[in-house]
Write a protein that binds this ligand. Structure first.
Ligand SMILES: [Fe+2]
Length: 418
């Protein structure tokens, strides 16, 4: 039974928000280390951490780019759940939150709003009288800058899962997006803890945003576990946020990749895209969902559940759609009404279609076989452990597919929109 233990206190000791030096970011950041194989985030000793925060991760709350939730786990209940910011002059600010008991662990969350854009924050979490984590740094999101974000799906808890994290860190993204099938833990809480420990170096140093895959429904059959392990301001995990000239839309199509789309849900997606393009008139629209609208993999292939969305992506000129589910990499030409609108491979100037990308190679085992011959819409497909890296800079978006084992950029293209 869930039990809310603490909801109190806020201590503010002086606040001076100066800019910390960003150099030494990675060399000085703290990590939770433990005996055994650090590639599985805990090895056999996964529950041996008592009051020490583990699995520290940040996500956006209410999908404001400047309101973050800080989350972590302890094995024992603490008196306080606190995020402590430390500033260059030695002053500190502490903000407290809540903890929930779930499956014999304590899940802590602190919400911090009104972050100063573009500031480097140094922080740690925990209970000051019992145990605090090491320090981490993050840079709060800032508008009108070049945005780099990373994206991957289908991760799990093996050594390749950690390689996805390390590869993403190499690009120092402003945030990371997971397109579903996170830990494959189902109802096994220890798997979820191990996954959270694997992603911690990435997820504690920038927002880690998730959409839901079919395996998030394993175990309980609904999202009740997921809402504890990786809560979202929207419990259905359907949400969006705006960053500068870009719209990020997260769609959860549920536990089955051939489910029929609900009319109300279709309406919400339609309204969201209308708001992005017709009201806000944003230049770039990125969509994230688990089931790929286009895939020539033989394990799942193109998702029937995603098909009804294609007309909306066409109508509003969505630029890039990211998915997983197929554990491999594939990228389409720009498509409209199912037809290839450009045969260019690496540069697209104001294309009139949407490019669909599968990045399902974050660790969950590879699906190596594709339909032969390749469909005419498929530009590049390969079974590799991989992540996607996206750079948004004004009128230009550059996408790179990166092999997480070799570091090689094995596919790349740019879109220029005047
Ligand atoms: Fe999946």
């Amino acid at each position: 039974m869930k039990k809310y233990i603490v909801v109190v206190l806020l201590v503010v000791i002086v606040g001076f928000a100066g800019i910390l030096l960003y150099q030494n970011f990675y060399s000085s950041q703290g990590t939770i280390t433990e005996p055994g194989d650090n590639h599985v985030g805990g090895g056999s000793n996964v529950l041996d951490y008592n009051y020490t925060p583990v699995g520290i991760h940040i996500t956006l709350v209410k999908f404001s780019p400047l309101t973050y939730a800080f989350m972590w786990i302890t094995q024992s209940p603490t008196n306080l759940s606190v995020v402590q910011f430390r500033y260059p002059n030695g002053s500190e600010t502490m903000i407290s939150g809540v903890q929930i008991e779930y499956k014999n662990l304590y899940w802590h969350m602190v919400t911090v709003s009104n972050l100063t854009p573009g500031l480097i924050y140094k922080y740690r979490v925990g209970d000051p009288e019992l145990a605090m984590s090491n320090y981490y740094f993050f840079k709060s999101l800032v508008e009108n800058d070049t945005l780099v974000f990373t994206v991957y799906g289908d991760q799990g808890i093996n050594k390749y899962s950690r390689m996805a994290v390390d590869s993403a860190l190499n690009f120092d993204p402003m945030f990371n997006i997971h397109v579903g099938d996170l830990s494959y833990g189902g109802s096994k809480v220890d798997i979820w803890v191990r996954w959270l420990r694997i992603i911690e170096p990435l997820a504690a140093t920038r927002p880690y945003l998730v959409t839901v895959g079919n395996h998030e429904y394993d175990g309980a059959g609904d999202l009740s576990d997921m809402n504890i392990y990786f809560p979202s301001a929207e419990p259905s995990y359907n949400y969006w946020f705006v960053w500068s000239n870009s719209f990020f839309l997260f769609i959860n199509l549920g536990p089955h990749d051939d489910a029929k789309l609900d009319n109300n849900f279709y309406g919400w997606i339609n309204e969201s895209l209308y708001y992005a393009k017709e009201v806000l008139k944003l230049k770039w629209v990125f969509v994230f969902l688990h089931y790929p609208p286009y895939s020539s993999g033989i394990s799942h292939g193109s998702s029937p559940a995603a098909k009804p969305l294609l007309e909306l992506f066409d109508k509003y000129g969505v630029d890039l759609v990211f998915a997983g589910h197929e554990h491999n990499y594939e990228r389409t030409y720009p498509l409209k009404n199912g037809v290839v609108v450009s045969r260019n491979v690496s540069t697209y100037v104001s294309p009139s279609g949407t490019i669909y990308i599968v990045v399902g190679g974050a660790g969950g085992g590879l699906y190596k076989n594709f339909v032969e011959p390749a469909p005419e819409w498929s530009v590049y497909r390969e079974a590799r452990y991989c992540i996607g890296v996206v750079e948004v800079s004004g009128d230009r978006v550059v996408f790179k597919a990166v092999d997480t084992v070799t570091g090689e950029v094995f596919d790349e293209f740019e879109i220029i929109k005047k």
